[in-house]
Design a protein around this ligand. Structure first.
Ligand code: PGA
Length: 257
């Protein structure tokens, strides 16, 4: 059984003080049974990692801490970058790698994504590796080719024994921040395809890899995604900024879908 993982990707939002208030508010909205059922992860900007970590620790909350990016080198002359050892020292567990905003706006290549995935595993960070197609690629029927290329390139040379702990986020770019989510059965079809691609790279580890859907997830549509057999959680952007909405997402109820 794959345990669902729902992660908040705050992107470039929230000061460290706002982040602290968010965690305190979320704490009041989630019960221990919610954490038992779903792995909850929060990915603040780098500047709020330390504050979120101490707030989580201080309240003894079962919330995982994630970063939104990292460099593949351990240290060096890379002004503005952050390395895996720096994240590990802050008790970070997850790191989002290859988000489409990094790829499209900042020019990250499949090769960089691969280096980052390998570096993350080397330092015992768990990558949330993002893949997904543009609207033009989808309209040309190129969704599977795109995600297959991204999965194969991203996982090249990754030690096989690490792959079961990988998380992949399938995020169609046209659905991110647009309010236009994918249909759950379409997302299921692409995610099943991604799992079959992982199987061809990693064998049975594919049964353990958790694959999230991302793109305009909100409280009103999460249950439809979670009811799908291959969808193991969500990477949530805009709707994760509000603790009330995010708590409702974590507490999804598939019996209503
Ligand atoms: P969104 O973003 O939920 O605001 O569409 C998702 C993401 O980019 O991870």
């Amino acid at each position: 059984m794959r345990r669902p993982i729902i992660a908040a990707n705050w992107k470039m939002h929230k000061t460290h003080l706002e982040a602290m208030h968010f965690v305190e508010s979320l704490r009041n909205r989630l019960a221990p049974s919610d954490y038992d059922r779903v792995e909850v992860v929060v990915c603040p900007p780098f500047t709020a990692l330390r504050t979120v970590q101490t707030t989580i620790d201080g309240a003894d909350l079962d919330i995982g801490l994630g970063a939104q990016n990292m460099h593949w080198e351990e240290k060096g002359a890379y002004t503005g970058e952050i390395s895996s050892p720096m994240l590990v020292k802050l008790s970070v567990t997850y790191v989002i790698i290859g988000h489409s905003e990094r790829r499209e706006i900042f020019g990250e290549t499949d090769e960089w994504v691969n280096k980052k995935v390998k570096a993350a595993f080397e330092h015992d960070l768990l990558p949330i590796m993002c893949v997904g197609e543009t609207l033009a690629e989808r309209e040309e029927g190129g969704t599977e080719a795109k995600v297959e290329r991204q999965v194969r390139a991203g996982l090249a040379g990754v030690p096989k024994d690490r792959l079961p702990s990988l998380v992949i986020a399938y995020e169609p770019i046209w659905a991110i921040g647009t309010g236009r989510n994918a249909y759950p059965d379409d997302a299921q079809a692409t995610i099943a395809f991604i799992r079959s691609t992982v199987r061809s790279v990693a064998g049975d580890a594919a049964d353990e890899v958790r694959i999230q859907y991302g793109g305009s997830v909100k409280a009103g549509n999460i249950a439809g995604f979670m009811a799908q057999p291959d969808i193991d959680g969500a990477l949530v952007g805009g709707a994760s900024l509000d603790p009330e909405e995010f708590a409702l997402i974590v507490r999804y109820d598939t019996s209503s879908s």
